[in-house]
Design a protein around this ligand. Sequence first.
Ligand SMILES: Nc1ncnc2c1ncn2[C@@H]1O[C@H](COP(=O)(O)OP(=O)(O)OP(=O)(O)O)[C@@H](O)[C@H]1O
Ligand SMILES: [Mg+2]
Length: 351
Amino acid sequence: MALLEIVAASKSFATTEAVYQVSLSVERGEFFALLGPSGCGKTTLLRLIAGFETLDTGRIVIDGDDMTEVPPYARPVNMMFQSYALFPHLDVAGNVAFGLKQEGMERRRRDARVAEMLALVQMSDFSRRRPHELSGGQKQRVALARALAKMPKLLLLDEPLAALDRKLREETRLELTGIQERVGTTFVVVTHDQEEALGMASRIAVMNRGRLVQTGSPADIYERPNSRFVADFVGAVNLFEGALDASGLAIPDADRPIPLPGALRVSPGMRVALALRPEKLSLSPEHPAGFALAATVQSIGYQGGQSTVHLATASGLRLRAHLPSHAAQGLARGAAVWASWAPADAVVLTE
Ligand SMILES: Nc1ncnc2c1ncn2[C@@H]1O[C@H](COP(=O)(O)OP(=O)(O)OP(=O)(O)O)[C@@H](O)[C@H]1O
Ligand SMILES: [Mg+2]
């Protein structure tokens, strides 16, 4: 049985369909990420799970119990909010103990639990500090310890790393997955950062305008996106738009149709997009065997180990390739190249 089961959940605010007909299930012990652009309904969905909003229609079941009549404080859930403000007048230990005290946990057990939680997030040496005496990453860890202290079955985290700079975010991301593995609590984490979702989650649900558009493992979502939206939102992509015929996808630039990845059950003439990740594109000065597209190098962006090569075809179609920097070094702006790829590396998108 799944730990969290959401069945056809909808929630509107006046005329905004914040969450529309969302169904999903999260297994026990999963690190589940909700990913989507700003305003797509991520926070609203978390608030529905926690009980801070009521559903218009649908059902939320946690550990086999229907939550419809269960108030937020009685749900086996804790939520770490998008702005996770710590209590400024309490020290670190006081912040972590707060919920336990409210719950009426007896002093000795409470102290033991606080010590355990602070050790978990590696903040034992900071228990007497006040929040203003901590760095952003340290505050983040205290907020996490506070959220975990009541040992919820399900922990909801809304943009837990958003306040941190890039380097600290990467470190904290690793810590978060480590902590989740150790405590075994089921996590549902909201993010609008696709790299973060790909790097942390066991599964990802992608939302757009209140709807759930695709659910799968990070590799599923990245390698087999089911729509232009997902392909474009999760990672960089080259999209070729055109009409299908028996031998492939006809696009204005190519003298013959682009070969398709395997047999397709689609009607000829149908307009589709072919999605190709930039790292799947190879560039060569000579026409390689098989299909290739003529293109001109527009610019090369150096990113350390990897470089992004921006290209344009004669009709103005823009492409990007990710190459190891040593391979990109041989290219110059304005150079004419042939862009090619293995047909199986492309994905056909009908939506
Ligand atoms: N209390 C509310 N009253 C009216 N509209 C609301 C309310 N809460 C959210 N909305 C609207 O519902 C939609 C979804 O909002 P939500 O906060 O769930 O988005 P989000 O995905 O968390 O975005 P972000 O990444 O910016 O935090 C938005 O259009 C928002 O304006
Ligand atoms: Mg939000």
